[in-house]
Structures are given as structure tokens and as C-alpha cells.
Design a protein around this ligand. Structure first.
Ligand code: FES
Ligand code: FES
Length: 476
């Protein structure tokens, strides 16, 4: 596949397998040695770069992990590495890291430099919480993090808020966070777009050896870039509902190509899923969330998929399409067995939809993993409750990690619907839940541990959502 992109300040046009990892492309064929090879699975941040994507006349910059990023996704974008942010002297981010003693062996440092620089470029609201979120995918094994946190604080104090993208880029150039050539990138990407061979060129060549790729983050871990497909079609390049979040006919629609970050930041979703920001922050880390898509997470069919579990509790459906024909299926019926889906060859998830719930519903998502971030859950669970005068009018509960598929807990949901929220009913609910699950012992815990864990997670939904009605002590 021919890809055209801008690497730092240089226009590039190369022929490459679209599923080849960007990290290897940079290090092995482009001589960019600042991106480091660490875990190779998106878990350490040593390979972090900044990726600029043209969107509605502006460039949106985000930090991404290159070890799990397919080369085909570079098409039409601006890729920034450490080589592209310093001229003849250190940038303020680099200098502050050095001044604060945040650099020891230096292996993680380029990743931190990119994540911190990308935070300012990305235009996220300037706050200590947000800047720490921006480095939640970067691991340092030397410094103990305090010098890095001091760096983050100092940098925050040196920059003011610029919501306007062009103004922000100008200001960051003035402050020497980025070089002057950044001011030319928008126009250069517009020119590049005309050159790019879009997916339209292969639109009519769909065959069973073609694969649709969302973020590609999991695929690159699983298959190391060897998919065996004749064609790869990146759904982020496709037009229509597949890349949109919208509200239509009392349903919220989220396109399969929408990233986890875009779900987290969407005003529409925030209005209908209170707490979505916190739920999504539990999904991997920023450098993965910026690439990973809703469709990818669902089609991966992991029994512990965070998005699958959340949307199961929201009574979601999927709209699938093939050759212009669409069909709709409940998400709970989509998972047929371990990694087995109700999805035909060549069929594509277009979007997920769920009812646009009003303010009277309570929604919660809980996840337990060995680490807070960057980890696969041992067990996760979501709940939606409509409660009126202590009585549950509607309740839907889901769970992950306790069966071969992400599970909608049908019996548990039915049992608690129509009941009052009392300690007795919750204890009974725990017994019913146990009859619906079949966890296995694995590296994330024994079957017994997972049973207990899910029980606690379901109770914690009620403790968190109804602190006036449920006292933690009464449940133990
Ligand atoms: Fe560890 Fe990429 S090498 S995140
Ligand atoms: Fe050594 Fe961070 S400075 S890993």
C-alpha cells in the first residue's frame, strides 16, 4: 500500500504493508531512533509519538503507541517524534524533565517528552489531573515518578489555556515547545489529501480475505502485523455513521470507528451516560484509547472487553451491514461462544445504538485488575437502574471475565427488577448471579476469586449509586 504522510517536517511517500507496525517502520527503515522498543504491546509508552489528524479544518494531535499502530493508519497524517520537536536546543518539556531530575537511564524519556508535549498540543483543558492522564500509559522504572510529576506541574504553570487550535499552536511555537514548521502543517496536509489513494480504490474488491481494521491495537499484539489478508480496509477512512456519534429517533448511535477517547469526550454521550469519563479512563491508557475503537473492542469478542460489558447493560444493539444490506442484532445475542460472533464473512459493524436514557437512570461501571491502568480486568461489571420510590422499575446488569463471552446477566436483572433496594434482596441477588456465571481459573485469578469479585462488584454498584439505601457494613 502506498502511504503519504508528514514525518516531523518531511513529506513521505512509501510503499509498505498496511499492517506493518509503525515502530518498526520508524526504527528500521526511517532511521528514527528516539522511539524505543519496549514491551511491544502498548503497555510501557517507550514508543510514544504524537499523531496529527486533519479534522474539520484543524489538526487534532494525540499521543499514540507506535508498537501497536498499523502503518496504514499514517496515511494523510502528521507524525511527530522527538526529532521533530527540538531544534538546536532542548524544548521546555525536555529541559524541565532534566532540571527536575526526571531522567536517569533515559529509556522512557522520549515517550514522556512526546506524551507531555502532545498534551499541550492536544488542547485538553489544562489541569493537573489531565496532564497526569496524558502520561498514564508511560512507565518509568528509574525515577519513582515524583520528578516526573514535578515536571508536569511546572510545565502547567508555564502555559495558559488556548482553546483555539491555531492560536494554541502559535503560542506553543512562541514558547519553543514546538518548532515553527508546525505552522505549515495544516496546509500541507490539505495538499497531501489530494494525493492520497483513498479506500474507494478497493471498494469493489471486497473478498473473504479482506479484513476491516478499527484501531488495529489488538490485532498487532495478536498477529504481529501478519493478518494474511489480501486487503486491509481501515474503517476510520470510511464515510457515514461508522465514524460518528449522533442521536436519532430516541437512540444514541456510536460508530464502530469511533475511538475510546472520542466516546469519553463526547458531549452527547456525557449527557446520556453520566460518569462516562471515569468509566473510559479505566480502559487501558491514553496512548491506546486514542487509537482503539468501539468496533474493535466488540469484534475482538474478549470475554472481558470493557466496552462490550458497559454497553450490554445499556440494552444496546448493533447495526451490521454487507453489500448495502443492513441488519440489527441485540449486543447480548452477538456473542455466540468464546470468540464466536454472529457476524458473516464481509459483514461489518456500522454502529452501536442504545436508548437515549433520561436523567432518572443510574449507570455504573466497575472493573478490578492487578493495576489501575494498562491492565486487562480480572472481572468487570456494569449496571443500569431506573429507581422510583425505592423500587427498581428497570435493571440491567452485565459482567465480564466470568464466562466465555461478555455476559448479560438475564436472571439477575429479572430478579431485581420490580423489587425494593433492601439488604435482603441484594443478598438474594448475589445467590442468583452465582447460578449464571462459569468463571475459569487463569492468570488473573481462580474461579472462586472471580465469583467473589463479581459479587462484590455488583454490590458496589448499589453502594455507590444508592448510598442512602445501602450500607456497606450490612452486606458483609
Ligand atoms: Fe511498550 Fe510500545 S513498546 S508501549
Ligand atoms: Fe529509566 Fe525512566 S529514566 S526508565
Amino acid at each position: 500500500m502506498e502511504i503519504n504522510f508528514i514525518l516531523n517536517n518531511e513529506d513521505k511517500c512509501i510503499e509498505v504493508d498496511p499492517m506493518f507496525p509503525v515502530l518498526r517502520l520508524l526504527r528500521e527503515t526511517m532511521g528514527i531512533s528516539s522511539v524505543k522498543t519496549g514491551c511491544g504491546e502498548g503497555e510501557c509508552g517507550a514508543c510514544t509519538v504524537i499523531l496529527g489528524t486533519p479534522e474539520n479544518g484543524i489538526i487534532r494531535y494525540k499521543n499514540v503507541a507506535t508498537c501497536i499502530m498499523p502503518a496504514g493508519k499514517l496515511n494523510g497524517k502528521h507524525l511527530v517524534t522527538v526529532e521533530g520537536i527540538n531544534g538546536d536546543k532542548l524544548s521546555p518539556v525536555q529541559k524541565t524533565l532534566v532540571d527536575e531530575g526526571a531522567v536517569q537511564c533515559g529509556f522512557c524519556t522520549p515517550g514522556f517528552v512526546m506524551s507531555l508535549t502532545g498534551f499541550f498540543l492536544g488542547g485538553e483543558k489544562l489541569s493537573y489531573k489531565n496532564i497526569l492522564n496524558a502520561i498514564d500509559g508511560n512507565i518509568c522504572r528509574c525515577t519513582g515518578y515524583f520528578p516526573i510529576k514535578r515536571t508536569a506541574k511546572k510545565l502547567l504553570e508555564s502555559v495558559s489555556e488556548y482553546p483555539d487550535t491555531e492560536e494554541r499552536i502559535k503560542k506553543l511555537v512562541e514558547l519553543s515547545f514546538i518548532p515553527r514548521y508546525f505552522l505549515t502543517i495544516r496546509d500541507r496536509l490539505v495538499e497531501l489529501k489530494e494525493k492520497i489513494l483513498t479506500d474507494k480504490s478497493i471498494k469493489n474488491e471486497i473478498n473473504e480475505k479482506m479484513i476491516f481494521v478499527g484501531g488495529g491495537t489488538d490485532l498487532l499484539v495478536e498477529k504481529s502485523g501478519r493478518t494474511g489478508a489480501d486487503y486491509t480496509r481501515f474503517i476510520s477512512n470510511m464515510a457515514g455513521n461508522i465514524n460518528l456519534i449522533s442521536k436519532k429517533d430516541e437512540f444514541i448511535r456510536i460508530g464502530a470507528g469511533v475511538s475510546v477517547t472520542d466516546i469519553k469526550d463526547s458531549e452527547v454521550i456525557r449527557e446520556h451516560i453520566p460518569g462516562i469519563e471515569n468509566f473510559m479512563e479505566q480502559v487501558s491508557s491514553g496512548i491506546i484509547r486514542n487509537m482503539a475503537t468501539l468496533g474493535g473492542n466488540i469484534v475482538n469478542a474478549s470475554p472481558i472487553g470493557d466496552l462490550s460489558v458497559l454497553f450490554l447493560a445499556l440494552d444496546s444493539s448493533l447495526v451490521l451491514s454487507k453489500d448495502g444490506v443492513t441488519r440489527e442484532i441485540k449486543l447480548k445475542d452477538f456473542f455466540r461462544g468464546y470468540k464466536v460472533l454472529d457476524l458473516k464473512d464481509g459483514e461489518l459493524i456500522e454502529f452501536l445504538k442504545f436508548p437515549s436514557y433520561d436523567n432518572n437512570v443510574y449507570i455504573n461501571f466497575e472493573k478490578v485488575s492487578k493495576r489501575n491502568y494498562l491492565d486487562i480486568a480480572a472481572c468487570n461489571s456494569a449496571i443500569l437502574i431506573r429507581n422510583e420510590n425505592r423500587k427498581i422499575k428497570k435493571c440491567m446488569i452485565s459482567a465480564g471475565g466470568v464466562s466465555p463471552v461478555p455476559l448479560y446477566l438475564q436472571k439477575s436483572s429479572e430478579f431485581i427488577t420490580g423489587k425494593e433496594i433492601t439488604i435482603e434482596n441484594l443478598k438474594e441477588l448475589s445467590k442468583i448471579t452465582l447460578t449464571e456465571i462459569s468463571p475459569i481459573s487463569d492468570v488473573r485469578g481462580s474461579a472462586e476469586y472471580k465469583k467473589e469479585l463479581l459479587n462484590r462488584l455488583i454490590l458496589s454498584h448499589f453502594i455507590l449509586l444508592f448510598p442512602d439505601l445501602v450500607n456497606e457494613g450490612d452486606l458483609i
